[in-house]
Design a protein. Structure first.
Length: 460
């Protein structure tokens, strides 16, 4: 007699993310000098360059970090351990590719050193996440803790001390990249740790095998690139010509699985958007806030957002149908792509219907996001044909239209963390406005890679 065994199966799923990695690390030291440089070979355009630097006389002040490719460097953090130790971290985002020689310059002669990283997979718009500093006169160690806001970060920790013995990192996950006896001035070095979860008070300090006289340490975490990206956008101004329908086509075929977002501002108050349809037969869903009416400005009455959570794909023309003819409507459509998901859902939204004119519109903040890497879309409409319009910090323009004293703009970014989101901008002329922000969560299932695991016994 044969009995049938049981087979159990389950899916083991791991969330996919943009991959951070250290491409190369170089270093150099100099004695009694105002400059020191180190050269990265064959860097890739768009990568992040991080520079950890040290000098042993805090009477000398920092002048600059520059390179031969004219990349712009920003300071992450800096500190001084005593009158004899100074430490800082600077970085250049979205760097130009090719051989890159980085130079540190200080105000007067000292023992100086730098460690230079090329990092792939970092956010090209807003890479810096959080920072930490530490100082100590301990003979053996210095502590500094860093708490990250984003899920996926690379943490760079640079240290210096007055001893010449080898050093080790407190953080067990830290890779020591350079540990230099920086001439007679002391010890200098740097290490990195790539993390895939939010870190709370991670100790990025160091310990010496000898007896240091003074320590300084600087830590900085840099977030991974967002997995969402802008594909294409278009805009329409129906001022004074609003019938019951209006159409707008994407210039190129849309791709299956992408998300389509329509942002619209229109009058009169009593008019509604009855439906949004397209030639692909997609389902257009209104955002959770629905139609929002600004009773403070008769010229700028209504604002709403519609989206397709998983596009069919192909040539596409979008049609907006109104409940009645209107005075004006300004609207934009945009297509966004995810490298890890083909399914989307609305997460958080917020709107601000301004009562007073300003040059700095804001949507106000959403609640804390559910996900760590969401698509953030802002929409801002005004009653002026603005001379200039600047998108908010870390936002990129998706599409805009401005004519006959009406303007509407759609902007976007990746969240790179779950912090609350706000759509902002700058107007060249003061104006009343409607502003909204909505975030979209990438599907947890589609965004994971899964392995089928079978367990059990066969016939016996």
């Amino acid at each position: 007699m044969r009995r049938l065994g049981l087979i159990f199966f389950f899916l083991l799923c791991v969330r996919a993310h943009a991959a951070l990695s250290v491409v190369q690390v170089v270093s150099n030291t100099a004695s009694n000098s105002t400059t020191v440089n180190a050269t990265l070979t064959s860097t890739t355009a768009g990568n992040l360059i991080v520079v950890s630097s040290w000098w042993d006389n805090t009477g000398r002040t920092f002048t600059s970090v520059t390179d031969n490719k004219s990349n712009a460097y920003s300071n992450a953090n800096s500190t001084a351990g005593s009158t004899t130790q100074a430490e800082r971290i600077d970085f250049a985002k979205n760097a130009t590719g090719a051989v890159t020689t980085v130079t540190l310059t200080i105000s007067g002669g000292a023992n100086v050193a730098i460690v230079v990283y090329e990092i792939a997979g970092a956010d090209q718009i807003n890479p810096l996440d959080t920072t930490a500093v530490g100082n100590s006169t301990s003979a053996t160690s210095v502590a500094a803790s860093i708490t990250t806001a984003a899920t996926n970060d690379i943490i760079i920790s640079g240290f210096c001390n007055g001893d010449t013995s080898a050093d080790t990192a407190h953080d067990a996950g830290m890779t020591v990249d350079k540990d230099l006896n920086a001439t007679a001035g002391g010890r200098f070095g740097a290490g990195h740790h790539i993390v895939s979860s939010v870190q709370t008070a991670l100790d990025v300090g160091w310990t010496t095998a000898g007896a240091a006289t003074a320590w300084a340490i600087v830590g900085a975490s840099f977030r991974a690139a967002t997995t969402v990206s802008f594909v294409q956008g278009a805009s329409q101004n129906d001022n004074n010509t609003v019938g019951t329908t209006s159409t707008l086509a994407f210039a190129s075929n849309t791709a299956a699985g992408n998300i389509l977002v329509l942002t619209i501002v229109w009058t009169p108050r009593a008019n509604n958007v009855s439906s949004v349809t397209d030639t692909q037969g997609n389902t257009w869903t209104p955002w959770a806030l629905g139609k929002q009416t600004n009773n403070n400005s008769p010229e700028l009455s209504n604002i709403e957002v519609f989206y397709v959570a998983g596009d069919i794909g192909g040539a596409d023309t979008v049609t907006v149908t109104y409940s009645a003819t209107g005075d004006f409507a300004v609207w934009s459509i945009a297509e966004y792509h995810s490298s890890i998901s083909t399914a989307w859902s609305e997460d958080k939204s917020q709107v601000n219907l301004a009562a007073t004119a300003t040059t700095t519109p804001t949507s106000n903040a959403t609640a804390t996001l559910t996900g760590q890497d969401e698509l953030v879309v802002g929409v801002i409409g005004t009653i002026r044909n603005l001379e200039t319009f600047t998108v908010g910090t870390n936002y990129t323009l998706s599409s805009s239209t401005s004519a006959n004293n009406q303007a509407e703009v759609q902007e976007w970014k990746g969240s790179s963390g779950n912090t609350a989101q706000t759509a902002t901008a700058t107007f060249s002329l003061s104006s009343t406005y409607n502003a909204g922000v909505v975030t979209f969560l990438q599907s947890a299932v589609a965004a994971k890679s899964c392995t089928l695991i079978l367990m059990g016994a066969g016939p016996c």
